[in-house]
Design a protein around this ligand. Structure first.
Ligand SMILES: [Zn+2]
Length: 340
């Protein structure tokens, strides 16, 4: 079986990997229809985060079930399924409360390597959601996006309490930020401010529902958002980057009593206690419990109410995964879809 493996910073190879096989009776094996490169894959690619090399890559996936273990009850061979980047039981107390990404039995899908032809999915009943039928090809990018970036952007918007009458600002114009714009629109936000200085990303943000674009960053970006909100700041701010600058920007752009939803994987971020004290903001975020939203998101995609797959602006055969990493690293592509 072919699969992408990272050997070190900047070094991704697609090579023959051991074919995954059933280990637990709760497992499923799926044939991956589409996988992709995540913004978070760029942290090790850039050497910011270290891994145990060589590491199989990829945690976003959609595909057809090939086989299921003897204890799997709801998922059947032949179904098209989407799962989150955590395999989860979906039955423990934490899952039931809607925080599947902190499931007591969770297994990180990244360790199993979804940028591959075949994938073992643990806890299949709790992890996978089947579509009503086999999707037409044009729906596959959108369904794949639900596996992570759409679900993460959605959680960011929910955590920031985006909704009717609210002004929502989104820090970050990567796939997650753009899909947080889409989510804010779906959740009924009145005004959506996208922070972006890239033409093509601004266009997609507007298509997804952004009413205003702010190009400035840092304190200037905060000042621009204040100016658009009568000096008050936004009700809801989604932080979708994970740097010190983006987190500061998010907290400072939020009005007193407002909410920050932070979903960028934080790297070197420290929050000043006094700064937070005076902000009077609510902070909620972390690894998105994508599984909570999957049934609803799949339904919206299936009925063509939303088109999150547009964030994939480059599609490559799996064998060219290295080019996909390079394109995302150089910001030549927003997000790269890989077809095994
Ligand atoms: Zn659980």
């Amino acid at each position: 079986m072919r699969g992408a493996v990272m050997y070190g910073p900047g070094d991704v190879r697609v090579e023959e990997r051991e074919t995954p096989r059933m280990i637990e009776p709760t497992d499923a094996i799926i044939r991956v229809s589409a996988a992709c490169v995540c913004g978070s894959d760029l942290w090790p690619y850039r050497g910011v985060e270290t891994m145990q090399w060589p590491a199989p890559m990829g945690h976003e996936y959609a595909g057809i079930v090939e086989d299921v273990g003897t204890d799997v009850q709801t998922i059947k061979p032949g179904q098209f399924v989407v799962g989150s980047f955590w395999a989860t039981d979906n039955t423990c107390e934490i899952c039931q409360a809607g925080y599947q990404s902190a499931c007591v039995d969770r297994v990180p899908m990244g360790a199993l390597g979804a940028q591959a032809e075949l994938l073992r999915v643990p806890l299949a009943d709790g992890t996978l959601v089947a579509t009503p039928d086999i999707p037409s090809d044009d729906l596959i990018p959108s369904l794949l996006s639900a596996s992570d970036v759409l679900g993460t952007g959605w959680f960011g918007a929910v955590a920031a309490e985006a909704g009717p009458g609210k002004t929502v600002a989104v820090v970050g114009d990567g796939a997650v930020g753009l899909l947080a714009v889409l989510a804010a629109k779906q959740l009924g936000a009145e005004r959506i401010i996208a922070m972006s200085r890239h033409d093509s990303r601004q266009r997609l943000a507007r298509e997804y529902g952004a009413t205003d674009i702010v190009e400035q960053r840092g304190d200037d970006g905060v000042a621009a958002i204040k100016e658009l909100t009568n000096g008050l700041g936004a009700h809801s701010v989604v932080e979708a980057v994970g740097t010190q600058e983006s987190m500061n920007q998010a907290i400072h752009a939020t009005r007193p009593g407002g909410h920050v939803g932070f979903v960028g994987v934080a790297h070197g971020v420290a929050i000043d206690g006094m700064d937070l004290f005076w902000s009077l903001a609510h902070l909620h975020g972390g690894p998105a419990p994508v599984r909570r939203f999957l049934p609803e998101l799949i339904d919206l995609i299936w009925n063509r109410h939303i088109h999150p797959g547009k964030v994939f602006d480059l599609e490559l055969p799996l064998d060219e995964a290295a080019d996909g990493y390079r394109a995302m690293d150089q910001r030549e592509a927003i997000k790269v879809l890989l077809r095994p």
